[in-house]
Design a protein around this ligand. Structure first.
Ligand SMILES: [Zn+2]
Length: 159
C-alpha cells in the first residue's frame, strides 16, 4: 500500500541507503541539521523531501541518504529531537529492515541544560543527564537542577 505511494514520489529511488520516513512536516530540517553536524556524514549524498502526502500523517517530510549504516549515535540523536520517525535500510531498491525510533527514557550527555545556573553549565566536565517525565509528552527533567523542559527546546551536544 504505502510502498506503492513510494514509487510516485519525486525523490530518486536508491539502490543502497537509509530512508528516514514519517517525519512530521516541517521537522525534516531539524534532522538534516543533526546529520550535517557529524563529520562522518560530510560526504554522504542526502536528499530532503518536504510536505509529501501521507495517509497516516496528512503531510510528511522524508530524507534519503546514500550510505549503508547510520551510526547508533546519530539514530539516538534523531530519536531525541524528532521521536517517532521510521528509519528504513534499503538494499537493491527494497526495504530490508525498518525501525520506529522512540526517544530514550534516560538521555545521557546528549542535550545541554537550558538553565544557566545549572551546575552542568557552571562547571566543566559534568555530563548532563535527563529523565523522561512521562511516556506521552516530550518533557524531560534535568537530573541536576531538576527543572523540566520540552525536549525540543534543549540544544544537542555535538562531540
Ligand atoms: Zn539542569
Amino acid at each position: 500500500m504505502s510502498e506503492r505511494n513510494e514509487k510516485v514520489l519525486m525523490i530518486p529511488k536508491i539502490k543502497l541507503g537509509i530512508v528516514i520516513d514519517h517525519i512530521p512536516a516541517g521537522e525534516g530540517v531539524k534532522i538534516l541539521e543533526i546529520i550535517s553536524r557529524y563529520e562522518e556524514m560530510q560526504d554522504v549524498p542526502v536528499t530532503l523531501g518536504l510536505n509529501y502526502d501521507s495517509k497516516k500523517m496528512g503531510r510528511k517530510d522524508l530524507i534519503k541518504m546514500q550510505l549503508e549504516f547510520l551510526s547508533p549515535e546519530i539514530i539516538q540523536h534523531i530519536s531525541i529531537v524528532v521521536p517517532g520517525v521510521t528509519i528504513k535500510a534499503i538494499k537493491d531498491y527494497r526495504v530490508y529492515s525498518k525501525v520506529v525510533v522512540q526517544a530514550p527514557k534516560v538521555i545521557k550527555n546528549l542535550l545541554l541544560c537550558k538553565n544557566p545556573n545549572c551546575v552542568t553549565n557552571l562547571e566543566s566536565g559534568i555530563e548532563t543527564l535527563f529523565h523522561a517525565v512521562d511516556e506521552e509528552s516530550n518533557r524531560v527533567r534535568c537530573n541536576f537542577c531538576e527543572r523540566i523542559f520540552d525536549r525540543s527546546e534543549l540544544k544537542p551536544i555535538i562531540k
